[in-house]
Design a protein around this ligand. Structure first.
Ligand code: MN
Length: 290
């Protein structure tokens, strides 16, 4: 009779959970549209649109042990936020695959640092979907800006490899940095011209890792699919492309984040897509484990 208010079908207790949903409502380094702090709850609300049964994977989410822990309190300072995220992740049961709902993209480096240390002793491969290179050393007077996310990920101990897909934006310096350091990135045009499987073959080969973390910045998608993001960028990849990325990454996945949703700019479609992607990930990883 009384409906829980967390992510749909996340009715399990933490003990014994196979999936744990965590909201990271932080957006204090936003450089254009702010409001991604409201992302986690918008995704939760949208998640109730969907059937618990996923016919593509033949998985019923209602039969899985999913726990929604709610949102972390992250304050307004990026240094405080990243330290708090790391403290929070240390408390999660190792048997549960975490799904982090952002929040801006600055949430990802501390997640990656923690999961590499706690769950990937052989090294973690990080696969990022993003329109932006995010390779700046510093932006807006902080090294922990969302615009520096990939640069910080690359510095993390335990990150064995990295690749990004959907790229179509960055400063001249960032593209030079990527070239000079041999950073593996695949632009959105390549996905359009050669197909997502062609790109994924190369990305997964370059990651060459048994354990992969997947970070989805929703601006990787074309604004036609995901208009409500912090920094929308035309000529993006499609929802079908992202579905395929999730399907192919799932067997190796140790966790997922979905970031940069700005609900104030949404008529609901971006939050619905974000919720659906989180559910796809749960169904895909559940299928892969069977
Ligand atoms: Mn981005």
């Amino acid at each position: 009779m009384f409906q829980r208010c967390g992510f749909a079908d996340a009715d399990a207790d933490l003990e014994g959970a196979n999936y744990v949903v965590v909201g990271l409502p932080f957006d204090c380094t936003a450089s254009f549209r702010s409001g991604s702090r409201d992302g986690p709850d918008a995704i939760r609300l949208a998640s109730f649109n969907f059937e618990s049964y996923d016919p593509f994977y033949d998985v019923d989410l209602a039969e899985l042990a999913i726990c929604d822990l709610g949102n972390m309190e992250l304050g307004a300072d990026p240094v405080y936020a990243k330290e708090t995220i790391k403290e929070g992740i240390a408390l999660l049961p190792k048997a549960a695959i975490p799904i982090f709902l952002g929040g801006e993209h600055s949430i990802t480096p501390p997640i990656v640092e923690s999961l590499a240390r706690l769950r990937a002793p052989e090294g973690l491969g990080v696969l990022v979907l993003d329109a932006h290179l995010d390779l700046r050393e510093e932006y807006g007077c902080t090294r922990y800006s969302h615009a520096c996310a990939s640069r910080r990920i690359l510095e993390k101990k335990g990150v064995k490899s990295y690749a990004s897909i959907g790229i179509r934006s960055g400063s001249k310096e960032e593209f030079s940095f990527a070239k000079e350091n041999g950073i593996s990135y695949f632009n959105a045009l390549e996905v359009k011209e050669k197909g997502i499987d062609y790109v994924l073959d190369r990305a997964l080969k370059s990651l060459n890792c048994e354990q992969i973390y997947l970070s989805i910045d929703l601006d990787a998608l074309d604004p036609a699919f995901a208009p409500a993001v912090g920094n929308p960028e035309p000529f993006g990849i499609t929802a079908w492309d992202v579905k395929r990325v999730i399907e192919r990454a799932a067997p190796l996945a140790v966790g997922l984040d979905i970031n940069e949703l700005t609900p104030a700019y949404d008529r609901g479609e971006t939050a619905l897509l974000a919720a659906r992607l989180a559910r796809e990930f749960i169904a895909a990883t559940a299928k892969a484990k069977n």
